[in-house]
Design a protein around this ligand. Structure first.
Ligand code: ZN
Length: 500
């Protein structure tokens, strides 16, 4: 057996342990009875420790050293080279983090998540505060251990968007904000209103589930290799090469929550299902970064699902599912309603313009928390002040404010910016797909989503981690990451919806 094959077998087995852990976490966030939480936290903590041991073991060090000999001189973006390069990268990073710290972070994150569920319900930030304080200490310790370019936040960002740095993201976000704010003002001063009230009619849960399943299936999420379930805070996870789980939540008096949530998660799922499953668990068969992952969900949710041609195709189907709620409306009205722009409190329900402002607020606050210029105790006030400044609204309570997202409770600091990076990448990829596929608009209006899905699979999914996200965006679009495609798309859509 070659050294490379031995290395690959070892890495695959570690991935198998990770998928076991993912199954337990999926269950925790969907069906697990609440009293099982503390034992589940112990189970997942144990697994995270075992996984960390395997990823930093002397056995792996030897396998890597031997396999590196096997790939000398082979092209850098080929599978074999990618397996060795990416495993080495991870090994070098993780060996710097003590196992005790990994386990403490996992345990604190699991306990923090349970505390968050209760804190959000009670609208009481103080119930979460001690977990966040501890998380920040632990993450700072981790950042010091792995090292960083210029600030602690760089180290956190690298976990989700390898190769990115805080300064560059801050520059991109600042130029984006400079263009989004005036666009938002133009929309707000328009006399034209989007008929959002049609989305607030009565949409029974059972029918919403049917509509979500239909749309997810239509765009190409494969239900023989996946499932859709209900959760508090929707997510997508894979439990194996042929087992992708997506989740959603239903609100009977608001159509968009579940429908666009499902399209979004199905977009993530289509990415997972488009990876090469013969390479499952190995870097060439894994997603590149969270930003690229998010580009896939946003593309299906916003650029397809909120487009006029999509509603031309889907509206008659929606009418059959919701004959009462859709009475007296039209495809055009749905298109305009689902693109209504209005500053609101909840990120996951925000429109395509203000969504990015929600992210920029979080990106700034989490940097301040990490560099200790903001105390956790002052976070709710800082949050509310920032919402007032940027969006002109103040949450009535912390449940709709600082407690709305799960991320910080589970120690996922550095994750939020990947959402806006995803929006930018989605628009840039979509523009290229339009160029390459020719009549993409026509295809969507006819309900033909396969050419786009295959384009995404060959251009992005099947490349796994053979390229970094920065290399991938250049390779696919010929350009570095740019804010233009997203802004041009939004300007054109606001013109269609609001005449501005
Ligand atoms: Zn997402």
């Amino acid at each position: 057996m070659t050294a490379l094959k031995e290395l690959a077998d070892y890495v695959r087995e570690t991935a198998m342990l990770q998928s076991v852990s993912a199954a337990l976490e999926w269950d925790e966030r969907t069906y697990m009875p609440p009293a099982a939480a503390s034992y589940r936290a112990e189970q997942v903590t144990l697994l995270s420790g075992l996984i960390h041991q395997r990823k930093t073991s002397t056995v792996l060090a030897e396998l890597l050293a031997a396999a590196e000999g096997d790939v000398v001189g082979s092209p850098p973006h080929e599978d074999d080279n990618t397996i060795v390069r990416q495993t080495r990268r991870e090994f070098e990073k993780l060996t710097k983090v003590p196992q005790r710290l990994v386990e403490e972070l996992t345990k604190n994150g699991m306990d923090g998540q349970q505390a968050w569920i209760e804190a959000r319900k009670q609208r009481d930030f103080s119930m979460l505060q001690p977990y966040l304080e501890r998380t920040i200490l632990l993450l700072r310790e981790k950042a010091d251990a792995v090292g960083y370019e210029s600030c602690v936040y760089d180290a956190l960002l690298d976990d989700y968007e390898p190769g990115e740095n805080t300064t560059r993201v801050a520059e991109v976000f600042s130029s984006l904000r400079d263009e989004l704010v005036p666009l938002l003002q133009r929309v707000q001063s328009s006399d034209v209103k989007a008929p959002i009230e049609i989305l607030r009619r009565h949409y029974p849960t059972k029918m919403q589930h049917e509509a979500g399943m239909l749309a997810a299936d239509m765009i190409g999420f494969d239900f023989r290799r996946g499932r859709l379930d209900v959760t508090n805070h929707p997510f997508c996870t894979e439990l194996g090469p042929h087992d992708c789980r997506i989740t959603t939540r239903y609100d009977e008096s608001f159509f968009s929550t579940a429908f666009f949530g499902t399209l979004h998660e199905a977009g993530h799922g289509i990415y997972e299902q488009g990876l090469r499953n013969d390479l499952y668990g190995l870097p060439p068969g894994q997603h590149v970064s969270m930003g690229i992952h998010e580009s896939q969900s946003r593309l299906w949710e916003n650029l397809v699902g909120r487009s006029r041609p999509f509603w031309q195709h889907f509206f008659p189907r929606l009418q059959r599912i919701f004959p009462e709620a859709t009475e007296g409306t039209s495809a055009e009205q749905f298109f305009r309603a689902v693109n209504a722009v209005k500053p609101s409190l909840i990120r996951v329900e925000a429109d395509e313009i203000t969504y990015n402002l929600h992210i920029i607020i979080r990106f700034e606050l989490e940097q301040e928390l990490m560099n200790l210029s903001l105390d956790v105790a002052d976070l709710p006030t800082a949050w509310n002040d920032r919402y007032e400044q940027v969006l002109g609204i103040t949450p009535p309570h912390d449940g709709d404010g600082v407690l709305q997202d799960v991320h910080w409770s589970t120690a996922n600091f550095g994750y939020f910016p990947t959402y806006t990076l995803g929006n930018l990448l989605a628009a840039q990829f979509f523009q290229q797909a339009e160029h390459d596929l020719g009549d993409l608009t026509q295809q969507i209006s006819r309900g033909e989503f396969e050419p786009l899905r295959i384009w995404l699979r060959t251009q992005i999914h099947e490349r796994g981690q053979c390229y970094t996200s920065a290399e991938l965006v250049r390779l696919v679009t010929g350009q570095p990451l740019s804010i233009r495609p997203l802004l041009d798309g939004l300007v054109s859509k606001m013109n269609q919806v609001y005449g501005v």
